[in-house]
Design a protein around this ligand. Structure first.
Ligand SMILES: *Cc1c(COP(=O)(O)O)cnc(C)c1O
Ligand code: SF4
Length: 374
């Protein structure tokens, strides 16, 4: 645990250092939770509108001191600032944006468990996060006031009754904001269900609170293989040396690292930014997994990018980067039993004899089909 790594002797007459930001608990105890507090911490004056405070009250604001320290002036143009500081545009009414855009609540047979895809289930282990991302599709949970309760026994009973679920994803909220012993309790319980083969953790902690990835956490996690972690970097400005150390520590205990980004207007909707992000991630041993089209959640209209533009961006990445660096661009919609990839049509004609494929220069290439079919 971090405390034993950074011992603070409370019995000493010298008061402990008030802000040892190398300790993740100190970060969590000093979250920046209002635009005014951010202004005070950053020392930069910001042009606030009164609506910005209203948006902050409506959807909550939280930023770790570490993540806030990555913001650069002029703040209003900084990608990290835009991802976590309330904006008046969040209050723009749009009838197509809802609190639960994927219809998770009706597909939650047990509190804290979401079962939308046949062989996979999400366990929302906490509603807490280290940062409130403005575009979060689960902000109905993360801005919940009441204490979050997870009935692990009922969750595991459900998994036992549903042996078709062989892949369980710990999500939330952010599972890695929990203490080691809580994470260990959850993983131990899940590992008593024999039908669960793969366990994944979805977390933004390596991005926004990298000092949370302690040696103690890593040596605990490695006992639960096959364990995968999908993290959530959106911009190359997040690829700091601290984040690199966090990801490498997890990779070093054998956890394959993936990344799920969200395509966000004004933040990462350019080929240069996405290419720097994806190649930088690969160099940190984090494989770009998904680029998500924004879910239709309240407050995101100003972040949305057209699907056509997203498809062009990913097609350009495929030409520019090695295949390992290219994520799948996908959209999730209620009523679908998996995420749906969005891709430019490469196949222009398909018969029993041959398939015609169009490359990026518009050249059609012919691939003959196996003879037995014709
Ligand atoms: C995204 C998601 C998963 C995991 O999907 P993969 O494509 O396997 O990564 C599982 N369940 C739900 C409800 C999801 O939204
Ligand atoms: S860390 Fe994840 S769950 Fe938490 S606010 Fe950001 S996107 Fe939402």
């Amino acid at each position: 645990m971090p405390q034993s790594e950074n011992p603070v002797d409370s019995s000493s007459s010298i008061p402990p250092v008030a802000e040892d930001f190398a300790d993740w608990r100190v970060q969590m105890a000093n979250l920046v939770d209002s635009p005014g507090a951010l202004e005070a911490r950053s020392g930069h004056a910001i042009q606030w509108s009164s609506h910005c405070d209203v948006a902050g009250r409506r959807f909550g604001m939280l930023v770790t001191p570490y993540y806030a320290s990555l913001m650069k002036a002029p703040l209003e143009q900084d990608p990290i600032f835009k991802m976590c500081v309330p904006d008046a545009r969040e209050l723009t009414p749009a009838s197509w944006l809802t609190a639960d855009p994927l219809g998770e609540e009706p597909q939650s047979p047990v509190p804290g468990l979401v079962h939308r895809y046949r062989n996979r289930a999400l366990i929302l282990v906490t509603s807490r996060c280290a940062v409130h991302c403005r575009y979060c599709m689960r902000k109905r949970k993360t801005s919940e006031e009441r204490p979050y309760e997870l009935d692990l026994t009922r969750v595991c009973d459900y998994l036992r009754e549903h042996p078709e679920v062989d892949d369980v994803i710990l999500s939330g909220g952010d599972p890695l904001t929990l203490d080691d012993f809580v994470i260990e309790t959850v993983l131990t319980a899940i590992r008593t269900v024999p039908s669960v083969r793969i366990v994944r953790i979805g977390t933004r902690v390596p991005v926004v609170l990298p000092m949370r990835i302690t040696d103690a956490l890593c040596s605990m996690l490695r006992r639960f293989h096959p364990l995968y972690i999908n993290t959530h970097f959106n911009h190359p400005a997040e690829l700091t040396s601290e984040a690199r150390v966090a990801c490498e520590k997890l990779a070093d205990v054998g956890i394959p690292m993936g990344n799920q980004s969200v395509l966000l207007r004004g933040i990462n909707d350019s080929v240069d930014v996405l290419a720097a992000l994806c190649s930088g991630l690969l160099a940190m041993r984090v494989r770009p997994y998904y680029l998500h089209q924004c879910d239709l959640v309240e407050g995101v209209e100003h972040f949305r990018v057209s699907t056509a533009k997203g498809m062009d961006l990913v097609a350009a990445l495929r030409c520019r980067l090695g295949g390992l660096a290219v994520p799948v661009f996908a959209v999730d919609l209620p009523g679908s039993d998996c995420k749906i990839p969005l891709q430019q049509p490469y196949v222009t004609a398909q018969t029993d004899c041959a398939t015609v494929l169009r490359n990026k220069n518009g050249v059609d290439l012919r691939y003959p089909e196996p003879r037995e079919l014709s």
